[in-house]
Design a protein around this ligand. Structure first.
Ligand code: SF4
Length: 431
């Protein structure tokens, strides 16, 4: 039995590798290994893949540009005034690979729903050059199972990883698979030949219910992984030569006495040869002197803070994560500390319905005036959320939900929105 795991290419207007890794697929690799099944990985988004003709050097902290080619926009976006790209290893390399190697099953993962054209491309290539049974899973397959079926894989797996053994035992010739908890699995990063970064989770789900986010639908039960198991995973990642670890958790500081402090004390005491990035946005309301002290005691790279907006009414109606008082308090504590502001990015939200350009601009100006860099999180409506439901009739194709597309088309004036984005770029260059 031979299974190929595929992370497909991305079709989008912009994309940069901030530790973007197919973590769910790598856990599935760990699960298949535990069941003694032979696996291989073809990651189109591996920036150091042997299938790339040109070496693309890393930027800071093992981040970097993907190999990209210009492509035509989908017909539904023909009037959208931006260049569209395909990111990742060229398709002919993949076709040669599956012609030369026989696989019984090919598992394809998925992330953003609006990246589905990359999956369609891969499914078409597999149909042409391989007899393997195609199983499509991942976030897109979970959020839009009917649309995923329209791409014509053999099977769509639209549940969480815990149900995968049952699904495979029932629908495939893979019989008698044993199930394992996340704590018992290692994401199989060693499948990469030349990779120095890893994304990890220390928790599953999220205790918050921001109205624009589908995490609560994908993983309704919030729980932290066992700390000793996280340490075992970090030991493994260090052993295989990883240098940069990005925490994908959003609510890392929630119940910090039970999770953040004891876990990071253990991490600090291990004195790892690893650099840690809090890239998904630490909630600013939970920042205090002890959190800053812990971060300062670690080998830290990029730190992101989740602020989203200065407007209290934004937070009361959308995310309940913070308010103006806590934003000021958190920022001032950081400014007084020894943390380097140049390493800190503040996430602000842009393009969410109901939000004016003026409100985004005020937030950006304030964050800049405090000396922080700004990362504008451009809003993309996610299936299963209330905002998506309210636009569903207009969203006739998932590409219309793209983060570069939705705001300019449905929410904000394109020119004003672009001018604001340019202003934010200018602000960041000044720091
Ligand atoms: S805190 Fe983050 S992960 Fe949690 S619901 Fe809000 S956006 Fe989603």
């Amino acid at each position: 039995m031979q299974i190929l795991l595929v992370n497909p290419p991305i079709y989008d207007f912009a994309c940069f590798d901030y530790w973007l890794k197919p973590l769910g697929l790598l856990y599935i690799a760990g699960f298949l290994r535990k069941n003694n099944i032979n696996i291989e990985l073809f990651d189109f988004l591996d920036r150091h893949s042997q299938y790339l003709d040109k070496y693309i050097p890393d930027k800071e902290f093992s981040t970097g540009n993907f190999h990209k080619i210009k492509i035509e926009r989908p017909a539904i976006l023909k009037d959208f005034p931006r260049q569209y790209y395909r990111y990742g290893v060229d398709n002919n390399k993949f076709c040669d690979y599956i012609k030369e190697n026989k696989f019984d099953y090919i598992f394809i993962t998925s992330m953003m729903t609006y990246w589905y054209p990359g999956i369609e491309e891969i499914i078409n290539s597999i149909r042409e050059y391989s007899d393997a049974v195609i199983v499509l899973g991942g976030v897109y397959a979970r959020l839009m199972p009917e649309h995923a079926k329209s791409l014509k894989p053999d099977l769509v797996f639209s549940s969480d990883i815990n149900s995968l053994p049952e699904f495979l035992n029932k629908h495939t010739t893979l019989k008698g698979l044993k199930s394992y908890d996340y704590d018992d699995l290692l994401p199989a990063y060693d499948l990469y030949e030349n990779n120095s970064s890893a994304a990890v989770f220390t928790q599953l789900g999220c205790p918050f219910r921001c109205t624009y986010c589908a995490i609560g639908n994908l993983n309704p039960v919030f729980r932290a992984f066992d700390h000793d198991c996280i340490i075992k995973m970090l030991d493994y990642l260090e052993d295989i030569g990883i240098t940069d670890i990005a925490f994908y958790d959003d609510a890392l500081l929630y119940k910090k006495k039970e999770h953040f402090f004891p876990l990071f004390k253990k991490i600090r005491d291990k004195n790892y040869n690893l650099r840690f990035h809090f890239s998904n946005g630490l909630h600013i309301s939970y920042i205090d002197e002890q959190v800053i002290e812990m971060i300062l005691s670690l080998n830290t790279g990029r730190i992101a803070l989740s602020v989203e907006s200065l407007s209290d009414s934004f937070h009361t109606s959308i995310d309940n994560k913070t308010d103006f008082k806590h934003i000021i308090n958190g920022m001032d504590l950081i400014i007084k500390s020894d943390l380097l502001l140049k390493d800190i990015y503040v996430y602000i939200m842009g393009g969410i319905p109901g939000q004016t350009i003026d409100e985004i601009e005020k937030t950006a100006e304030f964050v800049h005036s405090k000396g922080f860099r700004i990362l504008m999180n451009e809003f993309s409506p996610v299936p299963t959320t209330p905002i998506y439901a309210s636009y569903q009739d207009k969203l006739t194709d998932p590409v219309l939900t793209g983060k570069s597309v939705f705001g300019p088309i449905f929410v904000n004036n394109v020119e004003k929105y672009q001018a604001l984005k340019n202003k934010i770029k200018k602000y960041n260059r000044e720091l």
